[in-house]
Design a protein around this ligand. Structure first.
Ligand code: FAD
Ligand code: UDP
Length: 400
């Protein structure tokens, strides 16, 4: 495990790769104000500028573009992800070919190990996991399936994240791999979370040790930030970084707003706070070439305060005599990173969504504004489909 010394090391402060606008260009008239320079905002800004010839102003309260996918070099010159490890995976050719306009790719199949009973074993649980943990000697898919079936506790109506796992692998494996991790990550028991959360993790009877099943498993060759820089390098796109929409909402002159921040914040928390889960990232550089055998090691034990440790060189392929890692400590307060999938939150979101639908001139898109636990590819898909709708509406206005 990581020594306390690592945690004490302060994360290096690095200058942003993109220059920060010092003045909000308020005098100018824009077709669109895009709030947030993450995937949702950037895809729409790019599409509207390049396809509609629209004049776009983008804001982000952070001093950089790329949202949570932002990466930069740290003090040691190692490319790391400021907001935790981002691994690109997708099944849609359309989404990959859209992004391929702005980056080349490096093939990368994500592997994760879990630290369980003093061993590092594959997660998702597969045949290797079972053989390592139980010395089960399972030789093929059928034997592994029978082994799991003998432990699984069938749940008729699978509704919670506990049901999903108990139904697939039984209580012992649930407690070893899922219960502690989930309680730390979400501050809730799996029985209090929608089934979609743990359904993200499959159970396998073969020895496939990849984290994802997707057709495309790739990383932007020069990093995410570089890809965003190319996406937003358009004469019709202005950016004002380090600018909070709340401070300038009455000053900007734009015909339409695309909003990708938290939806409850847009409406001044009118119906109450919509819960989002946060994380504290502790970055450090270690004076050796490799820290751990794979990019991510999960720590499901309730006795360890962080959920996972990521080592970036595995993701990026960078060769360097040192290595940089990030520990993730879940937190109730802080930047909103995860919408929390549970029924009561969805009900509250629906109230905000109804208000959003009744608010002309504003389009809500992205993980925070649509309160969806979406991956990067899904957000790109959501933004492209939003653009298609805007495109169709524009065509019908022109035609009429
Ligand atoms: P964001 O990237 O959050 O962008 C929203 C932007 O809006 C932010 O930059 C924010 O600063 C800005 N903003 C908010 N409010 C305001 C305001 N009032 N004024 C100005 N600006 C504002 N996805 C994957 O596919 N693979 C992964 O491996 C993966 N790993 C992840 C790991 C972690 C720890 C997290 C938190 C997420 C991960 N994701 C991953 C999900 C991925 O980050 C999101 O799907 C994606 O970044 C969402 O893009 P977005 O544009 O909707 O939101
Ligand atoms: N999970 C778990 N143990 C693990 C991996 C995942 O309990 O070793 C659960 C946990 O609730 C987590 C969810 O599955 O939040 C989804 O995992 P994923 O790795 O997809 O989370 P993300 O990368 O979005 O943080």
């Amino acid at each position: 495990l990581v020594s306390q010394a690592i945690e004490k090391e302060p994360a290096p402060e690095r200058p942003a790769l993109v220059s920060v606008a010092t003045h909000m260009p308020t005098a100018r008239k824009y077709d669109y104000l895009v709030v947030g320079c993450g995937f949702a905002g950037s895809v729409l800004a790019e599409r509207l500028a390049s396809q509609h010839g629209a004049r776009v102003l983008m804001l982000d309260k952070r001093d950089h573009i790329a949202g949570n996918a932002y990466d930069e070099k740290d003090a040691a010159g190692i490319l790391y992800h400021k907001y935790g490890p981002h691994i690109f995976h997708a099944n849609s050719d359309e989404i990959v070919s859209y992004l391929s306009q702005f980056t080349e790719w490096r093939p990368y199949e994500h592997k994760v190990l879990a630290s369980v009973r003093d061993q590092l074993v594959p997660i998702p649980i597969n045949r290797t996991t079972l053989n390592m943990l139980f010395n089960a000697g399972l030789k093929n898919d059928e034997e592994a399936a029978a082994f799991l079936a003998s432990r699984a506790e069938p749940v008729k109506d699978i509704r919670t994240s506990e049901d999903v796992v108990i139904n697939a692998v039984g209580r012992e494996l649930y407690e070893l791999f899922f219960r502690g991790y989930t309680r730390k990550q979400w501050g809730l028991d799996p029985s209090e979370l929608d089934k979609q959360v743990t359904s993200r993790i499959p159970t396998r009877t073969n020895t496939d040790d990849r984290y994802f099943n997707d057709v495309h498993q790739i990383m932007p060759l020069e990093g995410y930030t570089r890809m965003f820089e190319r996406m937003l390098d358009h004469p019709l796109i202005d950016k004002s970084l380090g600018t909070d929409f709340r401070d300038v909402r009455d000053e900007v002159n734009a015909a339409h707003i695309i909003y990708t921040g938290p939806i409850d914040e847009y409406f001044d928390w009118k119906f109450g706070k919509l819960p989002y889960r946060s994380l504290r990232f502790v970055h450090s550089t270690i004076d050796k070439e490799e820290f751990q055998p794979v990019a991510v090691v999960n720590y499901p034990s309730p006795d360890i305060p962080y959920t996972r440790i990521s080592e970036y060189k595995h993701l990026t392929g960078q060769v360097h005599p040192q290595t940089s890692i990030t520990l993730e400590y879940p937190a109730a307060e802080g930047d909103p990173y995860y919408p929390i999938p549970r029924e009561e939150n969805q009900r509250l979101f629906k109230q905000y969504e109804a208000l959003a639908d009744a608010t002309p001139g504003v389009t809500f898109v992205g993980r925070l504004a649509t309160y969806r636990y979406y991956n990067m590819d899904q957000i790109v898909g959501q933004a492209l489909s939003t653009f298609r709708k805007m495109d169709a509406a524009r065509a019908s206005t022109k035609g009429s």
